[in-house]
Design a protein around this ligand. Structure first.
Ligand code: HEC
Ligand code: HEC
Length: 316
């Protein structure tokens, strides 16, 4: 039997609370108590020896050997762990710890609330310049199983400090492309990544058709400078000045790289960060790459966003 439901007072109270929480200029989320000092992520040796453990292990190996495992989807010379170093656990390299507890979340770039599976596919399509993997596939479930494993005991809604992607560089400097080119040799980047930035085996490509796309966070000068300053050169991280990291980032990002179909629709409500290298609503491209390499499968490079929702604001 169907009848009209009268909203219960509790539901209305909750809705009012939520409206109040989201009405401000920031997407605050809901406060959750969590003592992160007493928390450590689970490691490979903690993976249970059962069916779930088998899925978690597969997920971990997909992160480590992405192009080798998924050649049709991961078509570039990058693995998930090329950026998410140390199996996604390294604090200065866009950590994935606790990711399961942070999603679904509102992403200003999409102007929508998105799921963790969609977020994984953003990295497949933009950071790996590859194709989205089917959300119901064995591989997606395995990746999500690993992300859940390294989020274990983090309460849903909790936020671990330093897990907002790459650490902010605070004072935003402007890189000198020519000086970055000199530093690329002087600071030994060239010995591993090669004079053409192509990488080799486990060393990922920095530019060219096998590198990350223009739509990746790493294609933004400040984001790349943060990764480089905290983590490179791999043999001697911490040996560069912030200015040198910006110089290197601007040099690397001045080169050709894969296009990201649909990028013009990013930040649909405006408010793109200053260093986004392509035009979006109300934003003019910051130092776009020399040229863009067309994608072999443009349809595969798209992750459809869920429709926007009322309280979304353009601000972070
Ligand atoms: C080229 C570098 C790069 C590669 C390769 C890459 N990512 Fe990312 N990923 C990032 C950055 C950077 C962020 C954070 C965004 C920021 O800092 O602006 C991120 C964010 C994420 C997030 C969201 C984390 C959160 O809590 O918000 C997930 C999940 C993720 N990546 C999964 C993956 C997976 C899975 C792969 C492999 C298929 C992958 N990434 C490959 C750079 C990369
Ligand atoms: C000893 C070899 C080595 C040296 C030297 C080195 N890298 Fe890397 N780099 C790597 C490896 C390997 C990775 C992948 C992450 C990992 O496995 O630690 C990486 C990842 C990167 C990434 C992120 C992934 C990508 O392809 O965009 C950037 C950016 C980067 N390096 C820039 C630099 C810069 C700039 C320098 C010089 C200051 C440098 N690297 C020096 C080996 C090296």
């Amino acid at each position: 039997m169907h009848r009209m439901l009268k909203p219960a007072p509790l539901v209305l109270a909750l809705a009012a609370l939520l409206a109040a929480a989201c009405g401000g200029s920031r997407e605050k989320g809901v406060a959750v108590t969590f003592n992160e000092d007493a928390w450590t992520p689970k490691l490979e040796q903690d993976i249970p020896k059962d069916s779930l453990g088998a899925s978690i292990t597969r997920g971990l190996y997909l992160l480590r050997f992405t192009p080798e495992s998924l050649p049709q989807y991961a078509t570039s010379a990058l693995r998930c762990t090329s950026c998410h170093q140390n199996d996604g656990l390294k604090k200065s390299a866009a950590p994935l710890t606790g990711a399961q507890a942070r999603f679904p979340k509102y992403m200003p770039r999409s102007g929508a609330v998105i799921s963790l599976a969609d977020r994984v596919n953003y990295c497949f399509t933009r950071s790996l310049a590859g194709n989205a993997i089917p959300v119901g596939s064995r591989e997606m479930v395995d990746i999500l199983a690993y992300l859940a494993f390294i989020s274990m005991d983090v309460p849903v809604g909790a936020h671990i400090a330093g897990t907002d992607g790459l650490i902010s560089m605070k004072d935003t400097l402007v890189g000198d492309v020519a000086r970055g080119g000199q530093l690329f040799t002087e600071r030994t980047c060239v010995t591993c990544h090669g004079p053409e930035g192509k990488g080799n085996g486990p060393v990922p490509a920095l530019w060219g058709e096998k590198s990350y796309s223009i739509g990746a966070s790493m294609a933004r000068e400040e984001r790349a400078a943060s990764f480089i300053w905290h983590n490179m050169p791999q043999t001697k991280p911490g040996s560069l000045t912030p200015q040198e990291a910006f110089d290197l980032a601007s040099f690397i990002n001045s080169h050709a790289r894969p296009d990201a179909p649909g990028k013009e629709g990013d930040w649909p409500l405006g408010g793109a960060p200053k260093d986004v290298p392509y035009n979006t609503k109300g934003h003019e491209a910051h130092r776009p790459p020399a040229s863009l390499v067309a994608r072999a499968n443009p349809a595969g490079a798209l992750v459809p966003n869920p429709p926007p929702i009322a309280h979304a604001t353009a601000k972070k």
